[in-house]
Design a protein around this ligand. Structure first.
Ligand SMILES: Nc1ncnc2c1ncn2[C@@H]1O[C@H](COP(=O)(O)OP(=O)(O)OP(=O)(O)O)[C@@H](O)[C@H]1O
Ligand SMILES: [Mg+2]
Length: 479
């Protein structure tokens, strides 16, 4: 579970997006609420007035009723128009906000230190960064439809009820507050059960992924039955915890809310009857009935509002928690221009330790003159790869200096430094792109002739020319 700081950061970034898009976000948030006022409160009010009139006149003919009926239709139509405009804005806020958050998330990841990717799996990072963008939509929908869309009309309803009878407002608000207070601990408890359930689901998918990636080993040890048994037991656990959380919602939370809602509605009707002034009894009863039944719906929504907001922010926070440690390998504030004198490399009293590990180099001095070819020999894990990665500033050294052509690499721009080095990593790297794009990765504007020459030097042409699509063939393992 991400900490409170990460949740706050997620909320801040989502809030910043709403402010950035305020010209769209304001109508997106408010217009559905205005539409709801028309549909849930103004239209019933007209019906109540009609009923009151009918009761007063001992029946109704079309002529006096017509203005109400027309007004009723106009209000509903207008509410629909307002809703559509609000929805139109909301779609844009969701889409543009998500787009911007995807970009922001990837920019943050591209700025991370190389060691960050050593400690985090690409699969989990992918899920986190994409959820961070996508959850913005859930967040905005919940705030729009369920919070603003319910609370603003509720305030409107309260004002209207006040004109009929202040006690109607007092009773309604009191009951809503009481229900919210009583339901909150149950909703929290339910959320804990939901977390248990999600953890069980994650254990199922973790095991499935693990088995699928190691299928060869499972076959070799004839372990299919054992794996299937493990899968069955994890799925059963997931089912047990899922039912537990659903039952809690149905049997505990809603069994508290339901009687409170019934009680509130009955109370509203009683107050309307008892305090109805002469001549407005019928109208007041209809208003109280419709307004109360609309308003009490919100009692059933507490649970969902809490759950949706919590889900959206927790998922977003799983990404923002990664942003709390800022990158350490940075360009200097005033980088030196690239002006190496020669290609010699010097390590001067270099000390370096991977995070949380013992130093792998202590006071290392090494001089590689320009033009020299050297090979590093040593046991596995001795630090050969680390030495070359330090030269690229994949990590920064703790003490000493590292010079190329007499320039301290820490005083250079990272892109300038890396432009000096042709790095062939120990593990082959392959993007899920065309063969041509892979070969030209270091020089995207390379000509076809240059790409061919490089391929020929690496004996790639020998098989590339056999491929039906040649250098346009997609290689690497993509999603
Ligand atoms: N990003 C990292 N974070 C933490 N520890 C690391 C990281 N990269 C390497 N190490 C550790 O640093 C040590 C040196 O690793 P390195 O890869 O440099 O060895 P090597 O000499 O290249 O080994 P090999 O011959 O197996 O390629 C090892 O103990 C390794 O586990
Ligand atoms: Mg190595």
């Amino acid at each position: 579970m991400p900490g409170g700081g990460a949740v706050a950061l997620a909320l801040r970034l989502y809030g910043r997006e709403l402010i950035r898009l305020r010209l769209l976000a304001l109508p997106a948030l408010l217009l559905p609420a205005v539409g709801n006022i028309g549909i849930r409160y103004i239209a019933p009010l007209l019906v109540a007035k009609l009923a009151g009139q009918a009761a007063a006149d001992g029946g109704l003919t079309l002529t006096p009723a017509l203005p109400y009926v027309l007004g009723f239709g106009a209000v509903l139509l207008l509410a629909e128009v307002v809703w559509r405009i609000g929805q139109h804005c909301l779609n844009r806020v969701g889409a543009i906000g998500t787009e911007h958050l995807y970009v922001l998330g990837m920019d943050e990841l591209l700025a991370k230190d190389a060691s960050f990717f050593h400690d985090n799996f690409a699969g989990s990072l992918t899920k986190r960064v994409l959820s961070f963008g996508r959850r913005f939509e859930d967040f905005v929908d919940t705030v729009t439809y369920r919070i603003v869309g319910s609370l603003v009309p509720l305030v409107f309803g309260a004002v209207v009820l006040w004109h009929y009878e202040p006690l109607l407002v007092a009773g309604l608000l009191l009951m809503i507050v009481l229900t919210a207070a009583a339901a909150t601990p149950l909703i929290r408890r339910r959320q804990a059960l939901v977390n248990d359930r999600e953890a069980a689901v994650a254990r199922v998918s973790g095991h499935v992924a693990d088995s699928l990636t190691n299928m060869e080993t499972i076959r070799a040890f004839a372990a299919e039955r054992r794996e299937a048994g493990e899968h069955r037991s994890r799925v059963a656990e997931s089912r047990r915890l899922t039912l537990k959380s659903w039952d809690y919602g149905n049997l505990r939370v809603d069994t508290l809310v339901a009687p409170m809602s019934v009680l509130t509605n009955v109370l509203g009707l009683l107050v309307a009857i008892a305090f109805g002034g002469p001549g407005q009894g019928v109208e007041q009863i209809v208003v109280a009935f419709t307004y109360y039944s609309n308003a009490t719906q919100i009692m059933f929504e507490f649970n969902q509002i809490y759950r949706r907001l919590e889900n959206a922010t927790t998922e977003a926070a799983q990404f923002t928690e990664l942003l709390r440690d800022p990158p350490t390998v940075l360009d200097p504030a005033e980088p030196e221009p690239l002006a190496p004198r020669g290609t010699g490399i010097r390590f001067e009293a270099v000390t370096f330790a991977h995070e949380g590990a013992k130093p792998i180099f202590e006071g290392l001095d090494l001089d590689v003159p320009g033009g020299a070819r050297i090979g590093l020999v040593g046991r596995s894990g001795g630090g050969k790869t680390t030495l070359t990665r330090l030269l690229l500033r994949m990590s920064d050294i703790d003490e000493g200096r590292l010079l190329i052509g007499g320039q301290d690499i820490r005083r250079l721009r990272q892109s300038d430094l890396r432009s000096l080095i042709a790095y062939v990593p120990q593990d082959p790297a392959m993007f899920h792109r065309s063969l041509r794009d892979n070969i030209a990765f270091a020089r995207p504007h390379a000509t076809d002739a240059e790409i061919h020459a490089a391929a020929a030097a690496a004996h790639v042409t020998e098989f590339a020319d056999q491929l039906p699509e040649g250098f346009a063939t997609l290689v690497g393992s993509g999603a």
